[in-house]
Design a protein around this ligand. Sequence first.
Ligand code: ARG
Length: 462
Amino acid sequence: MANTKKLWSGRFSKGAAKLLDEFNSSLGFDKRLYKEDVECSMAYALALLSARIISQKEASKITNGLKRIKSQIDSKGEKWFLENKGEDIHTVIENKLINLIGETGKKLHTGRSRNDQVVTDVRLWFKKELKEIIVLTEILRNTFIKIAKKHYKTVMPGYTHLQQAQPVTLGHHLLAYEQKLSRDLERLNECLNRTDILTLGSGALAGSGFPINRNLLAKKLGFKKISENSIDAVSDRDFIAEGLFSIALLNIHLSQWAEEMILWSTEEFGFIEISDAYATGSSMMPQKKNPDIPELVRGKTGRLVGNLTAMLNILKGLPLAYNKDLQEDKELVLDSVDNIKIVLKISNEFLQNIVFNKDRMLISVSNSFSNATEAADYLTKKGVPFRIAHGVTGKAVLYCIKNKKLLKDLTQNEWKKFHNLFGNDIIEKIKANGCLNSRKIHGGTASEQVLKAANRAKKKRF
Ligand code: ARG
């Protein structure tokens, strides 16, 4: 590669060191932006034409040349890049254009710098990817809603500190993830908005020296707005940092869910059965059925958070405007995008194929003290101050533990011994359904509220 033509060779009297090329080159990864690079250049040629910098004939020559390059890469793929080497995707395409159409090709870069070109390419690419990630997140969110709706009455233990806390419905639990994904979708859409800005026309940093119609360019390339400050435009990578954060947090949410899927599929919990098509076996232990998918979903969080922190570190302390450090943004964002897309796709299929063991969930919740809060609330509703009701119920729990019983096993007489306001109805009230029914508040776990929440969620648009 040391012998490939440099765009900047004019000022240099010596060729580049081999190691410089190897260290400096980004082609290995930014070749994935070839479609966007060609698209931007075609639009730019038209902008040069409307500013009367090039003629109609020259514009057509450039456009046709670029089209040829794109279809060559489309069909040859990796092979094309073995034949056409260079510092980065912009250099390779420009050199190829000159090679194909001759002198006219040398006019394309008029008033443009790779500094405004690269960030325009990345924005164009990232917009498309963000839209895909948004669609995949919406699909997964809809699956959560669908299953939650099916289980709006299914009782399961709710946890705090991973200790049984209070009965909830499975639908309510699943809708908690719907809410997390809703916020992820809001964040991704906001990020998309801030990505949707045309930076071309900023030149190297000071603004193009040619009267390019930037609004026309924005329209042609489908950008909503144009950037306001050329120095900011070539140095700003906030949209990538925000995107990496939104993707990392989305995966963190999925890792929380994945962790539960792993736990729930254990013999100890037994709340779910993972479909055979989405589980793996052990090479040694014949009985094993392993939850590799949720484990990998959980594990991917490491690299996604890593990509975010790497990007933030690259940006820290960078003087204005463009610095080569910024080239390091691309592998991070490519990696995060690739990984979150497959995580979203497989999570959706995995979730759709889970069988919930309702009986195990009910047995689990019935054999616990997760109805204790309900007993305390019962007294409180009869006028006993909550702190006292809490203490009384605590004593009842202690009594049960000592006598190897549960609250549901206590007789009317036993309840009365703890407080004379415990009436006949306490036995019904502390059954799992009794606990659920008293949480009819908006956002609560009563079945009717869960059904309403699922219907509200279904109607929400992003
Ligand atoms: N490959 C470079 C990047 O990804 C393109 C911009 C190079 N600009 C420059 N002045 N060397 O950032």
